[in-house]
Each structure stands twice: as structure tokens, then as C-alpha cells.
Write a protein that binds this ligand. Structure first.
Ligand SMILES: CC(C)(COP(=O)(O)OP(=O)(O)OC[C@H]1O[C@@H](n2cnc3c(N)ncnc32)[C@H](O)[C@@H]1OP(=O)(O)O)[C@@H](O)C(=O)NCCC(=O)NCCS
Length: 152
């Protein structure tokens, strides 16, 4: 998979972005002030992630997603590794990511990529989304926040 930054002239891959966050309104709220990266195989976009600066030295990975047909082949791990390298290259001190309490496989993936749980935003999802979200037989209520720091 070849990963590159989307140019401002290109449309974001909404179908993929909505796999990670069902609320287009929430994504539209931060996408313009973020960088969108896409992963391509034979010229077709199969993965995406968004990198958003949240503080001067902190960047957050948002909306990491892999096309359903391509999941489970290591592409998600490649996208996260790419985001970590980008953030480090760009001189950030810390990279963060957030996911739901019900996203148990994502929690596994992020910890495999060196992230550690740092906090919980209780009731974030029940507060921010109109419809309840269920995943793996669990109500998605709380945002688990993870971070990875870089050696300076
Ligand atoms: C989360 C996501 C990006 C992972 O991408 P992927 O290409 O399927 O992940 P990988 O193949 O790189 O797997 C990495 C690890 O995560 C685990 N994993 C991730 N998602 C999983 C799932 N749905 N079911 C089982 N295992 C999963 C795998 O077990 C794997 O661990 P291993 O290397 O020990 O086998 C992808 O499943 C996706 O797009 N999901 C929908 C959008 C989403 O939920 N985004 C995250 C929002 S917080």
C-alpha cells in the first residue's frame, strides 16, 4: 500500500471516513484544519487517516479506516505506523488517539503500535451522538484516550 497526503483539490474519501465516525457533521468540523492521508493499492484508495494538530507539540490521529474488503491484512497497522512516523518527522512531541470503550480490537491495535491509555472521557459518545452506538455487544459510551510520546 502506498500512503500519501491528499491534495487540497481532492475530495476526502467520505465512505471510508464514515466507517470510523458515522457523523459527517463532526468530521466536517475538523477535517478542513487537518491533513488527510490516503493509502492506495493499484491507484485505488483503500485506507485513510486524518492528522490534526491539537496543541503546538501534539497531534491526534482521527478517522483511521480501512475498506471492509481489505481489513485484517495489516493495512490498519501500516496506516498507524505511517502516522507515527509523520508526527515524529514533523517534530511533534506526542501523538494521541481516541476510541470507544466498545472498540476492543482498535484498543488492541493501538496498544500494539505503542500507545498507552492515558485518560477516559466519560459519556463522550452518549453526549455527542444522537443515536446509540453498539459494537461487540457493548454500548459505546466512553472515549478511551491513548498517547505515544517521542524521544527528543
Ligand atoms: C480499525 C481498522 C482501521 C484496523 O485495520 P485493519 O487493516 O483491519 O487492521 P490490521 O489488519 O492492521 O490489524 C491490526 C491488529 O488489530 C486487530 N484488529 C483490528 N481490528 C480488528 C477487528 N475488527 N477484528 C479483529 N481484529 C482486529 C488484529 O487482530 C491485528 O492484530 P494482530 O496483528 O495481532 O493480528 C479497521 O478494522 C477499520 O477500518 N475499522 C472500521 C473503522 C474504525 O473502527 N476505525 C477506528 C475508529 S477508533
Amino acid at each position: 500500500m502506498h500512503i500519501r497526503k491528499l491534495t487540497p483539490k481532492e475530495n476526502p474519501p467520505w465512505e471510508l471516513l464514515e466507517l470510523a465516525d458515522p457523523s459527517r457533521m463532526i468530521v466536517e468540523g475538523y477535517i478542513k484544519s487537518s491533513c488527510v492521508y490516503v493509502g492506495e493499492i493499484l491507484g485505488e484508495i483503500v485506507g485513510v487517516y486524518v492528522l490534526k494538530e491539537t496543541e503546538k507539540v501534539v497531534v491526534e490521529i482521527m478517522n483511521v479506516a480501512v475498506h471492509e474488503d481489505q481489513q485484517g491484512k495489516g493495512l490498519g497497522k501500516q496506516l498507524i505506523s505511517h502516522a507515527i512516523n509523520e508526527a515524529s518527522k514533523q517534530g511533534y512531541a506526542r501523538i494521541e488517539i481516541g476510541t470507544g470503550n466498545s472498540s476492543i480490537y482498535q484498543l488492541k491495535l493501538y496498544q500494539q503500535c505503542g500507545f498507552r491509555i492515558v485518560s477516559v472521557d466519560f459519556d463522550y459518545f452518549t453526549r455527542s451522538y444522537d443515536e446509540p452506538i453498539y459494537e461487540n455487544g457493548l454500548l459505546c459510551r466512553d472515549m478511551i484516550r491513548l498517547c505515544r510520546t517521542f524521544e527528543s
